[in-house]
Design a binder for this molecule. Structure first.
Ligand code: SF4
Length: 388
C-alpha cells in the first residue's frame, strides 16, 4: 500500500528582508532565481526514486515569497512535481504569496496547476505598523492581492497576522482582526502569531536582550507582556465570534478548513522537503539540505543534504507530545500506545499529573490536551516533555 507524504518546496526569495525575519530568505537577482529553479527541478527529479512508495496528500510551496517568481517559473515547479510524484487528486496544494507580487497571470498558472489554497502575508492592516516591521507592502496592496485571488476562484485563503508589533496597541490589533474577518469572501483560515525577536535580525539589535531597552534606544517600543497576553486573548475571542475555531496555538480556521499540511507536521507524518535548507523526514530519519545558496547551486542534485539524523525512541515520543499538544485536539493515548507499544502514563505520568493538577492539561475522550490556561504558557509546558 502507498504511504502518505507531504511535500514542501522552499522558494527563498523575497522583495526585501523584513526587519524581524530569520527565515531562510533573501532578495536575489533574476540570474540567481533562474539558476535556483533549475537546481530545484533537478533535485526534485533526482529524489523521486526515494518516494516511489508514497502518494502525496499535501504540497506546500513556501518561502520566502514564492510569488516573486515569474508565472513560467511557477508553472515549472508544478509540472516538475506532477512529472515525478504521485499527487493525489484531492491533494491540498498551498502556495504562499505576498501583496505586491501577485498577478492575474501567476494566479491563472496556479489554478491550472491544481493549487487550491493560497496563504497571503498581511501581518497588520495599519500601514505605520507594516512600515515599522519593514514589510514591502501596504494594506491597500494586500486588498488588491486578496481580491485578485478571490476573483481567480481561490476560495481557500489564509491570511497571516502578527501581534505585539512595535507601537501596536490592543486597539490597533483588534482593528486588524476585525478588518480581516470582515474581508469578503471571508478568509477560510487565519494564522495569528505573536512577534518573536529572533537573533541575527535587525530587530534583535533594537529589541534583544543587549539592546539596552527600547526606550534607551529611542525606538518605537514593543507592547509589554500583559498587553501581549491581552492581545492573544482578544485574538481567540474575536476570531471565535467570527466563526473560527482555534485548532493549534496560533492557527484558526472555519469548519473543515484547518491546514492539512501543517497538521501533517504536528502529527509527525512523513514529508519530503526540496530547496535551500528544506527538511525531510521519513521513517523517523530526518535530514536537511544545505543552507548556503552557493553550495545548493553547485552540489550535485542528489548530494544537497547537509545533515542526517535517525531519531531515537525518546526523541520520537518527545516530538509526538510537544508537536501533538500544539493542536487543540491534543494527543490520542491509543495512538501513542499503538506507535510506541507503551502507555503514555508510563512515560509521562508525573508531568501529566503535575500539569493536570495545575489546570493546564486535561484528559478527554482518550486524548490529552492543553487547557486554555495551559496554552497561555505552552512553551514552558511543552519543554517539560523532553526526556533527554
Ligand atoms: S516576506 Fe516573509 S520570508 Fe520574506 S523577509 Fe518578510 S517575513 Fe521573511
Amino acid at each position: 500500500m502507498m504511504k502518505p507524504l507531504g511535500i514542501y518546496i522552499h522558494i527563498p526569495f523575497c522583495v526585501r528582508k523584513c526587519l524581524y525575519c530569520d527565515f531562510l530568505s533573501m532578495p536575489a537577482p533574476e540570474t540567481v532565481r533562474a539558476r535556483y529553479m533549475e537546481a530545484l527541478g533537478e533535485e526534485m527529479a533526482a529524489e523521486a526514486a526515494r518516494y516511489r512508495a508514497y502518494r502525496v496528500g499535501t504540497v506546500f510551496v513556501g518561502g520566502g515569497t514564492p510569488s516573486v517568481l515569474s508565472a513560467a517559473q511557477l508553472a515549472g515547479i508544478f509540472s516538475c512535481l506532477r512529472a515525478h510524484y504521485a499527487v493525489e487528486a484531492d491533494a491540498e496544494i498551498t502556495i504562499e504569496m505576498n501583496p505586491g507580487t501577485v498577478t492575474e497571470e501567476k494566479l491563472a498558472v496556479c489554478r491550472e496547476a491544481g493549487v487550491n489554497r493560497i496563504s497571503l502575508g498581511l501581518q497588520s492592516v495599519d500601514n505605520r505598523e507594516l512600515r515599522r516591521i519593514g514589510r514591502a507592502h501596504t494594506w491597500e496592496d494586500f486588498l488588491e492581492a486578496y481580491r485578485m485571488c478571490a476573483a481567480a476562484g481561490f476560495a481557500n485563503l489564509n491570511v497571516d497576522l502578527i501581534s505585539a508589533l512595535p507601537g501596536q496597541t490592543r486597539e490597533s490589533w483588534r482593528r486588524t482582526l476585525q478588518t480581516t474577518v470582515s474581508l469578503r469572501p471571508i478568509p477560510a483560515h487565519i494564522s495569528a502569531y505573536s512577534l518573536i525577536i529572533e537573533e541575527d535580525t535587525p530587530f534583535y539589535a533594537l529589541y534583544g536582550p543587549d539592546s539596552g531597552g527600547s526606550a534607551a534606544a529611542g525606538v518605537c517600543p514593543l507592547p509589554d507582556e500583559d498587553t501581549d497576553r491581552d492581545m492573544y486573548a482578544d485574538t481567540g475571542r474575536i476570531l471565535a465570534a467570527a466563526g473560527y475555531g482555534r485548532y493549534e496555538i496560533s492557527n484558526y480556521a472555519l469548519p473543515g478548513r484547518a491546514c492539512r499540511h501543517n497538521c501533517m507536521y504536528w502529527e509527525r507524518g512523513d514529508y519530503a522537503g526540496f530547496g535551500l535548507g528544506a527538511a525531510s523526514m521519513t521513517d523517523n530519519r530526518r535530514w536537511s539540505n544545505v543552507r548556503d545558496m552557493a553550495a545548493y547551486l553547485s552540489l550535485p542534485a542528489d548530494r544537497k543534504k547537509a545533515e542526517m539524523h535517525s531519531l531515537s525512541l525518546s526523541e520520537q515520543m518527545e516530538e509526538t507530545m510537544f508537536l501533538g499538544l500544539r493542536m487543540t485536539r491534543g494527543v490520542s493515548r491509543e495512538r501513542f500506545a499503538h506507535i510506541f507499544d507503551r502507555d503514555m502514563d508510563t512515560v509521562y505520568g508525573p508531568v501529566l499529573e503535575r500539569y493536570a493538577a495545575m489546570g493546564m492539561l486535561e484528559s478527554y475522550g482518550g486524548h490529552v490536551r492543553l487547557t486554555d490556561r495551559g496554552i497561555d504558557v505552552s512553551n514552558r509546558i511543552l519543554a517539560d516533555f523532553l526526556l533527554t
